[in-house]
Ligand binder design. Structure first.
Ligand code: GLA
Length: 729
């Protein structure tokens, strides 16, 4: 690994893992993008793009009609001075104009990776793990400086990018657009992948060819959202799960984002990503600065699995933080689908008794324990225990749960307020709203204005009191609606469009404070299931509730899609009751177990309503998962068969030393007289023999190259799980 600058060629060369990323200064300080891909020793910059007099591509230097920014591949393009493609940034001056001209000023290369002030970001533990390059660009006319921040990791094909704006001049500047990165690919011969969805149907994989014009994934909902995820990839036409070139872009942010690819007239592709410029501006007074969030860019020449494995390892070990980062996560049971709002201490303790007997480790009390919360129409914001339901408080309940041998966890939704609450009656201006307009409700609730410091401070104190009041070791941090009428009573008119981003900065401060005050608590984020399953949240909370849809068949797609970017340890997956509450399907307990055991495992049902046989099966599932959980949560994950492409799905987990593996196979619908199918495994040691429990001993080479014949079974929604262990034959 090294980041170098060659003063002769004026080239910057970042070497990250086995990849190269090359930039070059052209003419009077334009920063051009030259190459990104498999490591090279050298690239001849000027040969990488055309120097032709192109019609309708104007020239900043009238004496050279072959030079236009419209045809120059760039790193941080502007609009207004000859490039007509989507810009990375746009700044308005006091005179109303929006033309700026950033040129190279200076640069700095150093070991390690700096933190991003107030924002989540990947990090290093030792400065040898990465090298950072900062390139300072400046607009001499207005004293604007933009520092492009690049970090290249040593171990992975990972480059992170962000940008910092500094107003060093004397006038007020307004950022209209401040994306985190932009990169120009010399060709558009790629497919692109994004992860659209909906509540209960998050992160379905869509792959389609790039076409001329703009294609984008974005959120305007005030959260990263169920509807789109802050991730896209460019995928070579011949690339699949196991081979071919893939470029991943993942945004470490939980709010409005834009991820876009523009294919231009010359069939080049510009990828840009950052805070969504839609409804965003930021006022930069003289002396002020603005930091964009980070984009994590991964190059893989090993197909989509190669890309995902890089994201998994990086996000598990250098994005997630805290005591639980490397720790096996407890098997939990959540009372939501068991009782909804209808519970009391006696009922909960009764359920907990059976759960403890089955070996479950953590009891989570979901919504309904506070204020007058008997349904979802009231009391958010009133974080005071409901003594009618819990006469001995959280402490009394938690102690009884502890005595049964289980830990105690709690649900909170601290970013919200119900109009029907004490908090709202006292502070009606503490929610997002605009003057003189109605406040639209979602699930009968309003969004607290986290752009306000006083609101954040109040929440930190109130929730801290709750968490300190009982032996709580787990928190589910929920967020159940998106933002409307986005405005803040604490901001002046010219800063209203800063509200959504200021909210995120406030939220990040609150989460930072909470997780630092309570380092012994495992935090899981949630937003109506996986509505905020993003890297920003994972920085503070190492796991996320993947989806409110717990149906095993639906989960095949949801978990498969989520695994494109996010580590298995981060993916909450629970067995729930049948008929399933979201889709009405009846899948066997075995299949439900196999799907949930492919993630961060737990249950979400009333265990006392099950038969003795079912309870025994749960006991076995719990014991089995405890045995394989290190492998599942921290092993290398391979997707084998895609549920988006057919009737089957399969994946596997391999231990770091390849001595152990776990394979899961699912078939959705039965077919009469079906052809035989073979499943080819991945990631094993070809020279090693493996025992598959119940099936005998096979060579790693045989399992990977010839495959294993799938036993024929009749019935819908069937699953199989095999455990492999290296043996001497
Ligand atoms: C959201 C969550 C659920 C549950 C409910 C409680 O929908 O995703 O898991 O906690 O809220 O109201």
């Amino acid at each position: 690994m090294a980041v170098t600058y060659n003063p002769q060629t004026k080239q910057f060369h970042l070497r990250a893992g086995k990849a190269s990323y090359v930039m070059q200064l052209f003419r009077s300080g334009y920063l051009a993008h030259i190459y990104w891909g498999k490591a090279v020793r050298d690239v001849r910059g000027e040969r990488r793009f055309s120097r032709l007099d192109r019609a309708f591509s104007p020239n900043p230097d009238p004496s050279d009609r072959t030079f236009s920014l419209d045809t120059l591949p760039q790193e941080y393009p502007a609009y207004g001075n000859t490039d007509f493609r989507a810009p990375a940034y746009q700044v308005q001056l006091e005179n109303g104009s929006t033309v700026t001209d950033l040129r190279y000023k200076t640069h700095r290369i150093y070991k390690g990776k700096p933190r991003l002030n107030g924002l989540p970001a990947t990090y290093v533990e030792h400065e040898q793990e990465a090298e950072t390059l900062e390139i300072v660009l400046g607009d001499a006319l207005i004293g604007l400086e933009v520092t492009l921040q690049y970090t290249a990791y040593e171990k992975w094909n990972v480059i992170t990018r962000a940008a910092r704006f500094e107003n060093k001049g004397g006038e007020r500047l307004k950022l209209l657009r401040a994306l985190s990165m932009s990169v120009d690919f010399p060709t558009a011969d790629y497919d692109w992948i994004h992860l659209p969805g909906a509540w209960g149907r998050e992160r379905w994989i869509e792959r389609r060819p790039l076409v001329t014009g703009v294609q984008a994934a974005e959120s305007r909902r005030g959260a990263s959202s169920h509807q789109q995820n802050p991730f896209i990839a460019l995928v070579a036409k011949n690339a699949d799960e196991h081979q071919g070139e893939v470029y991943g872009f993942s945004f470490v942010y939980s709010g409005n984002f834009l991820a876009q690819v523009e294919v231009d007239q010359f069939h080049t592709a510009r990828v840009s990503m950052g805070i969504n410029p839609f409804d965003f501006t930021w006022l930069l007074q003289p002396g002020e600065s603005f930091q964009t969030p980070e984009v994590v860019m991964v190059y893989s020449d090993q197909g989509l699995n190669g890309m995902s494995q890089t994201y998994h390892e990086l996000y598990r070990t250098r994005l997630a933080r805290g005591a639980f980062r490397d720790r096996e996560r407890p098997i939990l049971i959540n009372n939501w689908e068991a009782t909804y709002f209808d519970f009391n201490e006696e009922k909960l303790v009764n359920i907990a008794k059976t759960e403890a007997e089955l070996g479950i480790e953590l009891f989570v009390l979901d919504d309904g324990w506070f204020g007058k919360r008997d349904d979802d129409r009231r009391s958010l914001g009133d974080w005071i225990v409901n003594r009618r339901k819990l006469p001995n408080g959280l402490d009394g309940l938690a102690k009884q749960v502890n005595e049964l041998g289980m830990q105690f966890g709690l649900w909170v939704e601290p970013e919200m307020v119900s109009p029907n609450s004490e908090l709202y009656r006292k502070h009606p201006d503490w929610c997002l709203h605009v003057p003189n307009r109605p406040r639209s409700e979602g699930r009968n609730q309003l969004v607290l204005d986290y752009s306000r410091e006083d609101v954040c401070d109040y929440i930190i104190e109130t929730i801290s009191n709750v968490l300190a009041s009982a032996p709580i070791t787990y928190v589910k941090w929920d967020m159940n609606r998106h933002m409307t009428e986005i405005g803040s009573s604490a901001l002046p008119p010219e800063r209203q469009r800063e509200t959504a981003h200021r909210y995120m900065l406030g939220l990040y401060r609150v989460m930072d404070e909470m997780t630092s005050r309570f380092p012994h608590i495992l935090f899981e984020s949630c937003s109506g299931g996986g509505g905020r399953f993003d890297p920003g949240m994972l920085y503070y909370m190492p796991q996320t509730w993947t989806s409110d849809n717990t149906d095993a068949v639906s989960r095949l797609k949801i978990q498969y899609g989520t695994s494109l970017v996010y580590p298995i340890s981060a993916m909450g997956a629970h067995v729930s009751a049948v008929p399933n509450h979201q889709v009405g399907r009846v899948a066997s307990l075995k299949t439900r177990g196999h799907v949930a055991m492919s993630g961060n495992f737990g249950y979400e049902l009333d265990i006392t309503k099950l038969t003795e046989t079912e309870k025994q099966m749960i006991k076995q599932q719990v014991a089995f998962y405890k045995d394989v959980r290190r492998l599942v949560q921290f092993g290398t994950f391979y997707r084998l068969l895609s549920p988006f492409e057919g009737n089957e799905a399969a994946w596997m987990f391999v231990s770091a030393d390849r001595s152990e593996a776990l394979v899961a196979y699912f078939r959705v619908l039965a077919e009469a007289n079906a052809p035989l199918s073979y499943l080819r495994l991945k990631g094993l040691d070809p020279n090693q023999d493996y025992e598959i429990e119940g099936l005998g001993v096979y060579g790693g080479d045989e399992l990977m190259y010839a495959g294993v014949a799938l036993p024929y079974r009749s019935g819908d929604f069937i699953s199989m799980m095999w455990r492999l262990k290296a043996v001497q034959r």
